[in-house]
Design a protein around this ligand. Structure first.
Ligand code: HEM
Length: 64
């Protein structure tokens, strides 16, 4: 999950950069404008998972 989050961040950053480059040449097509969004939602999901991972692990250790 950490690797997924890491590589999504690379793709996400590239889509944001692509947006700035496209905007330099006038209004970009809407598929470029919205291209970071699916990756952002996937990052939100994997990021929330990473956030709660240490707490879940700590619970398991203290109970066993
Ligand atoms: C959308 C909501 C996001 C949430 C909730 C989130 C949450 C997290 C959490 C909890 C971690 C683990 C931190 C740790 O264990 O020390 C993490 C790592 C990381 N996040 Fe996010 N993140 C989000 C979006 C992003 C975005 C937009 C980027 C960059 C474009 C990003 C880049 C990274 C990177 C590079 C790491 C380190 C991963 C590694 O271990 O190599 N995240 N994130």
């Amino acid at each position: 999950m950490r690797q997924v989050h890491r590589w999504l961040s690379v793709i996400f950053t590239l889509t944001v950069v692509a947006n700035f480059i496209a905007m330099a040449f006038g209004p970009p097509p809407s598929w470029i404008t919205y291209s970071p969004l699916p990756f952002l939602f996937l990052m939100l999901a994997t990021g929330i998972y990473l956030f709660f991972l240490p707490y879940v692990r700590r619970d398991k250790r203290t109970t066993s």
